[in-house]
Design a protein around this ligand. Structure first.
Ligand code: HT7
Ligand code: ZN
Length: 872
């Protein structure tokens, strides 16, 4: 299949001053008339317009209809070899949105017409320059049946609505801001709405509207509150105001991703809008707040300044993820937010960077542009922005952001442009730093320490390397900002007397490692200090540091950097688990290290640790992390080791865990305060530890929590525990949840996930396959697919169970989904990223299935690209 390359990128040969789109929506077809004012930028260019799955009705240039001999239609283009220097182009196409299962372009979801144009969906609406560097002014008219589609929305300003007198009506919209076509949006349907207003710093009154299906309006207020918080934050932190009179959010049930930042008209997956305490967990509320903010922040980082081509996707996504992470940190607890973000980065992005689909943050090539929407582009991209901020300090970063908008507002630009805007006003040289954009793989930083008591010197040697990744066998050294400190034996920060240490404007001490290897000498150190390095996870690297156990336990207790306290707990957890995994693989008995249990027990019993932070301290390293650090992905051994540790902790701390549970259970069950959220998290974690004991008395508490729950967090915690048990309470609770929520397209997904995520039940494959046939499951609904099939693939223990034939069943499902919706199928393919980590028998089974899928005659290029690389 054909690849596209960044090196082949050429600027557009035409510009479009304006486009008018006229939609005539009907039940069995939709007519689109597009009228564009076009100018040649490169004289004599043939006109190549992108278009896929379109029925072309007519083409006119300057009002004259073209004869079929005057143009050419291919599977992906409309080509007009000869056009004037400046002209009006009219194109009429016909679509069938009701049969569009790919959920890109114009499609129907639960009776509502809606669009998804990023990355290349606009070409399924009309023939156009479907590339982000062609920015145009849009006006739109939408005509539809008035009763069935009373709400007609598009981008920008609402001009008027006309009653056409024949049961149909027509809405007129005009967007004053130039935009690329991927930000175009249309919604037509019968929707409920909630309204509010927001007045910007400079006095613009903005009408805020959140649309959802009728009866769901009450669940939209959290999204509305989140939007107002985001608007305030962007003004306060970056001085950025909203620039239109209306801001609309529409919740849609069938949506490939989370949400879409279309100018003035965000379209959201319903699961990221709808929430109240009986239907949504604390985590759902948190995700909604952060995604609503993310899409809002795109208005400046993505829409006002957009990408020159899709290879630059991280320019907007990495930057906007960074902005939403910082927003969340300000709305909640900074350290806890950072821990969550780094956990997600490690579990997902580090795995991606170590697997067959590793790619740079600014990739060089691809087969399917949609495959660019990865954790590397988003989450690693965000880490790159964070490192820039760490290097220049917050004030310096704000100066750089101001400069970025001053230089590039209204333009389509590159990651190079961004780096220049941040570095130049701060007098920094980012030429080496930019390697982070071009080189894939997670760098390793090795730490070697030496204390010279006689000289009063502490020597810190840092050496960096980066494992080979696809097409990149060797790497140049990165510019790595390492935030650090040295502690005395009481945990006090020592003054750092080292010529290479810098202090950024936020007062943080930094080593900027640029060499392959370098020793940093700290003078005036009287006693052996304890090193705390990579504070706040200041760079996305793997640290190889053979610190002594004593130092790790010391830092766990005393480090002034909260992130590192938890990090040391993880490090110790990994050492203990690796040891047990090795034993389990040899069939030896498992005994958990006493010191480790004592350290975690001390955390459980310490009343001075903040509850939400305590919950993070008590988490064991995830299966996803184990799969990366262990030489072999041995699901059974992982499970044995992890369960043994959890059980031992529970056994040794049964009374203390019960006390924690009782202290916080039932307190302010409806509150959404961050503090209460933390209390609930801790007491539910205590319960899940206790459940490892499988005591009837504990299962009774779990069951009672299920039935008495006054919020979804408590209910789901109990259901998840029961779903993974052989308890007599299991079936009744699952049945009840199903009966309660079977008609709720958002909530029922939790029921699928609870069953697909069970690690201890041997029957999960059977359960999952039976659920794919369940009347509430629809293989064409992405949320159903993700919450059942993708959740199952994330269940590393059962997905890689050697006793089950999982890979074959899963491959069948990928093929089935791929035939309808390639984007969703491609997201399922990442389950095979660990293939090189499997033992020979399992690897062979996985490769057999991958080969079978690649050989399937009509496999989409999305899935093909991801699977093929797993074979090389
Ligand atoms: N910019 C949006 C990405 C997106 C998307 C990508 C591929 C397929 C469907 C999609 N829907 C939305 C979301 C964001 O990052 O803000
Ligand atoms: Zn985004």
């Amino acid at each position: 299949q054909e690849k596209i390359y960044l090196k082949d990128y050429k600027g557009p040969a035409f510009s479009v001053d304006s486009v008018h789109l006229d939609f005539n929506l009907n039940e069995d077809f939709c007519r689109v008339r597009a009228k564009s004012a076009i100018k040649q930028l490169t004289a004599g260019s043939a006109l190549h317009l992108n278009g896929v799955d379109l029925k072309l009705i007519a083409v006119k240039i300057n009002g004259q209809e073209l004869q079929p001999t005057e143009y050419q239609v291919t599977a992906e283009e409309l080509i007009i070899p000869s056009v004037p220097a400046s002209f009006t182009l009219e194109i009429e196409t016909q679509l069938e949105p009701q049969n569009n299962t790919s959920l890109e372009g114009l499609y129907k979801s639960s009776g509502i017409f809606c669009t998804q144009c990023e990355a290349q969906g606009f070409r399924k609406i009309t023939y156009f320059f479907d590339r982000p560097d062609v920015m145009t002014s849009y006006s739109v008219t939408i005509e539809a049946d008035k009763k069935k589609y009373p709400v007609l929305l598009s981008n920008g300003d609402r001009i008027k609505t006309e009653d056409l007198g024949n049961g149909r009506h027509k809405a007129y919209w005009s967007d004053p801001h130039k935009k690329p076509c991927y930000l175009f949006a249309l919604v037509a349907g019968d929707l409920g709405v909630i309204r509010d207003t927001f007045t910007t710093t400079s006095g613009r009154k903005v009408n805020l509207e959140v649309y959802a299906s009728h009866g769901k309006q009450d669940r939209c207020w959290h999204a509305m509150d989140s939007l107002k918080k985001a608007m305030t934050w962007d003004q306060d932190v970056y001085g950025l105001e909203y620039d239109l009179n209306d801001y609309m959010i529409v919740a849609i049930d069938d949506f490939n991703a989370g949400a879409m930042e279309n100018k003035g008209l965000n379209i959201f997956n319903s699961r990221l809008v709808l929430a109240d305490s009986s239907s949504a967990t604390d985590t759902d509320f948190h995700s909604i707040e952060s995604v609503v903010a993310h899409e809002y922040f795109h208005n400046w980082t993505g829409n006002r300044v957009t990408v020159a081509n899709w290879f630059q996707l991280s320019l907007k996504e990495g930057l906007t993820v960074f902005r939403d992470q910082e927003f969340s940190a300000d709305m909640t607890e900074r350290a806890v937010q950072r821990i969550e973000d780094v956990d997600a980065l490690r579990a997902g992005q580090f795995a991606e960077d170590a697997g067959p689909n590793a790619h740079p943050v600014r990739p060089e090539s691809c087969m399917a542009v949609d495959n660019f929407f990865t954790m590397t582009i988003y989450e690693k991209g965000s880490e790159l922005i964070r490192m820039m901020q760490t290097i220049v300090g917050r004030k310096g970063f704000r100066k750089g952001m101001d400069e970025y908008f001053r230089r590039h507002d209204g333009q389509a630009v590159t990651t190079e442009d961004f780096a220049a805007a941040i570095s130049e006003p701060n007098g920094k040289d980012f030429s080496q730093f930019k390697r982070w954009y071009n080189q894939s793989g997670t760098p390793v930083v090795s730490v070697l320490e030496k204390f010279d008591a006689a000289a009063g010197e502490y020597h810190l040697t840092l050496e960096q390397s980066c494992p080979p990744t696809p097409n990149q066998p060797t790497k140049e050294p990165f510019h790595v900002p390492l935030m650090m400190g040295l502690l005395d034996k009481n945990g006090k920060e020592l003054a750092l007397n080292c010529e290479h240490i810098t202090q950024n404007t936020d007062g943080k001490h930094l080593i900027e490692l640029k060499d392959h290897k370098k020793t940093f000498v700290f003078k005036g150190i009287k006693e052996r200090p304890v090193l705390s390095i990579l504070r706040e996870f200041s760079a996305p690297v793997n640290l190889h540091w053979e610190a002594s156990e004593d130092d790790l336990y010391f830092l766990m207790e005393k480090d002034t950097d909260s992130f590192n306290r938890r990090e040391m707990a993880q490090k110790m957890g990994l050492r203990v688990l690796s040891n047990l995994i090795a034993k389990a693989r040899k069939g030896e008995a498992l005994q958990v290290d006493e010191k480790y249990i004592n350290a975690l027990s001390a955390v459980i019993r310490d009343p001075n640790i903040d509850p939400s932070f305590k919950a993070k301290m008590l988490q064991l390293p995830s299966y996803a992390v184990l799969a990366q650090v262990e030489p072999v992905l041995d699901a059974e051994a992982f499970h044995k080791a992890r369960v043994t540790v959890r059980k031992t902790i529970a056994k040794m701390n049964k009374a203390a865990l019960l006390e924690t549970y009782r202290q916080f259970h039932g307190v302010e069950p409806k509150s959404r305060d961050t503090k209460v959220f933390g209390h609930r998290q801790l007491k539910n974690q205590a319960l899940s530890y206790l459940a490892e004991l499988q005591d009837p008395e504990i299962l009774e508490i779990v069951n009672k929590q299920y039935w008495d729950a006054q919020n979804m967090t408590d209910r789901m915690t109990a259901l998840t525990i029961l779903a993974d048990s052989q308890s007599e309470y299991r079936e009744k609770a699952l049945q009840h949840f199903h009966d309660e929520w079977k008609n709720d397209s958002v909530v029922i997904n939790k029921w699928f996930t609870a069953q697909a995520s069970a690690t201890s039940r041997p029957d999960v494959l059977k359960d999952v396959m039976a659920l794919t046939q369940h009347p509430t499951f629809n293989l064409q609904n992405p949320n159903n697919v993700y919450s059942l099939l993708r959740a199952f693939s994330a269940n590393i223990v059962r997905f890689n169970d050697p006793k089950l034939n999982v890979y074959e069943a899963y491959a069948d499902k990928i093929l089935e989904v791929d035939a309808k919706n390639p984007q969703v199928a491609a997201r399922l393919c990442s389950a095979f990223n660990f293939v090189q980590k499997l033992d020979p028998v399992m690897k062979d089974k996985a490769l057999t299935q991958i080969k079978r899928m690649v050989a399937a005659p009509n496999l989409s290029k999305n899935s093909r690209e991801l699977l093929q690389s797993a074979l090389t």
